[in-house]
Design a protein around this ligand. Structure first.
Ligand SMILES: C[S@@+](CC[C@H](N)C(=O)[O-])C[C@H]1O[C@@H](n2cnc3c(N)ncnc32)[C@H](O)[C@@H]1O
Length: 223
């Protein structure tokens, strides 16, 4: 069971789809994992349980950072928890696996959300405000051969993420996907999404997709 301060994202299908891909990998005592946008820390705990030796968690929300810290303590897992804006607090570090479930719900405008729960969901008009930053900033954090595991909705152009990551030298594949009913964020925005043509009239499900983007630059240099 996970502790959750008010307003912190409750782990959902996207969390568990990503957790399945994370724990299906070979994680050992030397594996360095970054849980970016950690929320309750569900993915940090999963990484530790799967054997990762070095886990760091980052979230911009103080309540999320506290929730992650507490959940790691309650589960007797050692995780370095840092509050900060995306990769900023870990810019000088390198990771073998970066796992990210960022906010990706299309919002009414591009303003930075004020509420904690808004921070967990809202990602600008196209839903890509944080996704685009991840695609630009995370490749530099990957150790040679390292992998970014990123979950997003098909409503936010999986192809754009793929192109941005490939342009930065990563090899990208879709490793998991699932059709899920709209969660609380999208359920309240169906009219807006229909008016923008982002969903079909009456559509109430979205496809969530996990991308694995692997650094193959060192392998290519060795050839
Ligand atoms: C969809 S929730 C995911 C939480 C958790 N990883 C999970 O899968 O259950 C997104 C999280 O991203 C955090 N977040 C939003 N913008 C951020 C930023 N610029 N830097 C770091 N974290 C951010 C939110 O506070 C929220 O906890």
């Amino acid at each position: 069971m996970l502790f959750r301060l008010p307003g912190v994202y409750r782990p959902q299908r996207d969390t568990w789809l990503l957790a399945g891909e994370l724990t299906g990998r070979e994680l050992g005592p030397g594996t360095r994992v970054l849980d970016l946008c950690c929320g309750t820390g569900a993915l940090s705990v999963a990484a530790c349980e799967a054997g990762a030796g070095w886990v760091t968690a980052v979230d911009v929300s103080r309540r999320a950072a506290i929730s992650t810290w507490l959940n790691c303590k309650l589960n007797r897992r050692t995780v370095r928890v840092v509050r900060g804006d995306l990769v900023e607090p870990v810019r000088t570090l390198r990771f073998d696996v970066v796992v990210a479930n960022p906010p990706y719900s299309p919002a009414s405008d591009d303003a930075t959300p004020g509420r904690v729960l808004g921070l967990a969901w809202d990602a600008g008009i196209d839903g890509r405000a944080v996704l685009d930053r991840i695609c630009v900033e995370v490749p530099q954090l990957l150790a040679p051969g390292g992998t970014l595991l990123l979950v997003q909705s098909a409503l936010n152009s999986v192809e754009k993420s793929r192109t941005m990551l490939e342009e930065r030298g990563l090899c990208v594949e879709v490793v998991a996907s699932e059709d899920v009913p709209f969660g609380p964020a999208l359920s309240g925005r169906t009219r807006m999404l229909e008016e923008r043509g982002m969903i079909l009239p009456g559509q109430r499900t979205e496809r969530i997709v996990v991308l694995a983007a692997t650094d193959v630059r060192s392998r290519d240099r060795a050839r």
